[in-house]
Design a protein around this ligand. Structure first.
Ligand SMILES: CCCCCCCCCCCCC/C=C/[C@@H](O)[C@H](COP(=O)(O)O)NC(=O)CCCCC
Ligand SMILES: Nc1ncnc2c1ncn2[C@@H]1O[C@H](COP(=O)(O)OP(=O)(O)O)[C@@H](O)[C@H]1O
Ligand SMILES: [Ca+2]
Length: 567
């Protein structure tokens, strides 16, 4: 690959050594020029990185600053004491470059390097040229609207923002308007009606997945109402939101941040915001008949996770530990629920939930997974005990795609739909390790009735390398849409479906013998919020929102200090 033309090359001092420092439009690099040449002893010049060769992609430079600029300007035209020894108090012209540096486990930190120049003219030339290159990076946000949930997670949101994030935003010359929320849904309401979004290049939430969900609801609602789209209609194609969202993790689970960045670290997230990353994300809309309920980004769960969340809400005062308490309690209760799940498999999706490879930064699947219109949907019915799937005649849509709905009736310990892996500190691979962030599908995981011990085995596999889907009582499907009806509601919903879904379902299931499951129903939990209905239909909307993230990186992007930037 041809190297971009060099913009600057100078021999400069870094610590006690001489470096050849270069800048082109892609990389800022420094390489030791005279390894044996030392600075005079006793010199107290500013320090930074030393030894060997280094490079920083220009797109990961955060800021540049003339060092000791003030003292230099103050002294212009004034008398000052002549130092006895030149090295005693002489502050040579210098500039500092601040940049994002990768550390362990996908974390980034803010690093800096200071170079000393032979004269102020050269120093200023470096500063101006770097600033000029940064100004060409148009995807970087300049103005952000920040919402802080002071009560999320361990109630540290405000402190985390003020101490860890605000200083680096200010270093990167990002201006912010900060709103500390005063009640639940404060951020959602402000975004959906009042906020003047034209003034901002991004919205940042400091909090957990619940707080992020508020931001998502506010922005999606605002975008749909501005475009005249009715969110209550489950068949509507929603309009994607233009403005990007940043998440500074300060919640209990932080799964959306973890699954899109690879870490739940406030500084790492702040740096992804500053460099202007962009990661599209799928959103699942959830309806009850023709009423919009909520959008789901991470986990839409019924049974185990629904019950766990409902119980844990009463223990909010415990902070993140509430999930452990309610987790044990829910596990011991071992309730299973009878109902019918119907889903439209993502037959045109390139991947499968059982793939060994995972969605990573620049994911090919997410970029190329098409979203074709839904047509000619048919039904293919299954009973839990049956080994063989009942085959229905497939029909081919005009687009050439076969759309066949499948129906599974059974007794479930859990029904989970995850539109991303849901990796989080509790389970670094997540509920569906091969789920994709922006392929327009959700992974529907059905945990059929099984013994407590088997269920425990399954849960434990979320925390180790074993395949959590490799159990006879677990099935997983990559889907675009699904519906659920609890057993006690089936009669009503059958009638509903017959009337409203003509052509959608060709055949409706017959009744099913009574089972020994817990009577009644569970609750759906949608990104930590409980839903008021058990009969739901969910549809995935591909890439409806964008985050200031880039997906989890496999390898460091920058590997070669000579100017070759590789992924
Ligand atoms: C015996 C060991 C069992 C370990 C099982 C671990 C499986 C954990 C998977 C967790 C997936 C979490 C998906 C994210 C959901 C969040 O949207 C939701 C709300 O988050 P927040 O607002 O930050 O509180 N959190 C949860 O549903 C918590 C699930 C906790 C499960 C233990
Ligand atoms: N000022 C506030 N007071 C009470 N609740 C709030 C406030 N701001 C936001 N919330 C709500 O708190 C809930 C949890 O927030 P979140 O930041 O996700 O923390 P956690 O991860 O601990 O659940 C969200 O549903 C959000 O709507
Ligand atoms: Ca997805």
């Amino acid at each position: 690959m041809e190297k971009p033309p060099r913009l600057l090359l100078s021999r400069l001092w870094l610590q006690n050594r001489v470096y050849d420092v270069t800048l082109n439009s892609v990389v800022f690099a420094w390489k030791e020029a005279e390894p044996n040449k030392k600075r005079a002893p006793g010199s107290n010049w500013n320090t930074g990185k030393a030894a060997g060769s280094h490079g920083v992609p220009v797109c990961e430079i955060l800021a540049v600053q003339e060092t000791a600029e003030d003292s230099h300007k103050k002294n212009v035209g004034k008398w000052h004491r002549v130092p006895k020894r030149p090295e005693e108090s002489y502050q040579p012209p210098a500039f500092t470059v601040f940049y994002a540096e990768r550390t362990r486990q996908h974390r980034w930190r803010c690093s800096s390097v200071t170079f000393h120049c032979p004269d102020w003219g050269l120093c200023q030339q470096w500063v101006h040229t770097i600033e000029e290159q940064l100004s060409l990076l148009t995807s970087r946000p300049k103005r952000l609207l920040v919402y802080i949930n002071p009560f999320g997670g361990k109630q540290q949101g405000k402190r985390i923002y003020e101490q860890k994030v605000a200083p680096i935003f200010s270093r990167a010359s990002i201006s912010t308007d900060v709103i500390v929320t005063e009640r639940a849904n404060h951020a959602r309401d402000h975004l959906s009606t009042d906020a003047d979004l034209k003034n901002y290049d991004g919205v940042v939430c400091v909090g957990g997945d619940g707080m992020f969900s508020e931001i998502v609801h506010g922005l999606i609602s605002r975008t749909q109402s501005d475009s005249g789209v009715d969110q209550n209609c489950p068949e509507e194609t929603l309009v994607p939101c233009d403005i990007r969202i940043g998440i500074i993790p300060a919640g209990s689970t932080d799964c959306i941040c973890y699954a899109t960045v690879g870490a739940n670290d406030p500084v790492t997230s702040a740096l992804h915001i500053i460099v202007g990353d962009s990661q599209p994300i799928d959103i699942c809309s959830v309806h009850h008949n023709n009423t919009f309920l909520r959008y789901s980004v991470s986990l839409l769960g019924y049974g185990f996770y629904g019950d766990l969340l409902t119980d844990s809400e009463k223990k909010r005062w415990m902070g993140p530990t509430r999930y452990d308490f309610s987790g044990v309690k829910t596990f011991l209760s071992h309730h299973c629920y009878e109902g019918t799940v119907s889903f439209l498999p993502a037959t045109d999706s390139v991947g499968s939930p059982r793939d060994k490879f995972k969605c990573r930064s620049g994911c090919h699947f997410c970029q190329h997974s098409g979203h074709l219109p839904f047509e000619n949907q048919q039904i293919c019915e299954e009973e839990e005990e049956e080994e063989e799937e009942e085959e229905e005649e497939d029909s081919v849509s005009e687009s050439g795609r076969k759309d066949v709905w499948r129906v599974i009736r059974g007794k479930f310990l859990a029904i989970n739909a995850v539109s991303m892996s849901c990796a989080c500190p509790r389970s670094p691979k997540g509920l569906s390790p091969a789920a994709h962030l922006s392929d327009g599908t959700t992974d529907l995981i059905l945990i059929h009735k099984c013994s407590r011990l088997d269920f425990l085995r399954h849960l434990l596999r979320h925390t180790n390398k074993n395949d959590q889907f490799d159990h006879p009582f677990v099935e997983v499907h990559r889907v675009r849409r699904f519906r659920f009806t609890a057993k006690h509601q089936e009669v009503d919903s059958e009638l509903d479906l017959r009337e409203t879904g003509k052509g959608l379902f060709g055949q409706i299931c017959r009744d099913h013998p009574a089972c020994g499951c817990a009577a009644g129903h569970s609750t759906w939990s949608c990104d930590g919020e409980t839903l008021p209905h058990t009969a739901i239909q969910a549809s995935v909307h591909r890439q409806l929102i964008k985050l200031f993230a880039r997906g989890i990186e496999d390898q460091p992007v920058f590997e070669d200090s000579t100017g070759v930037c590789s992924a």
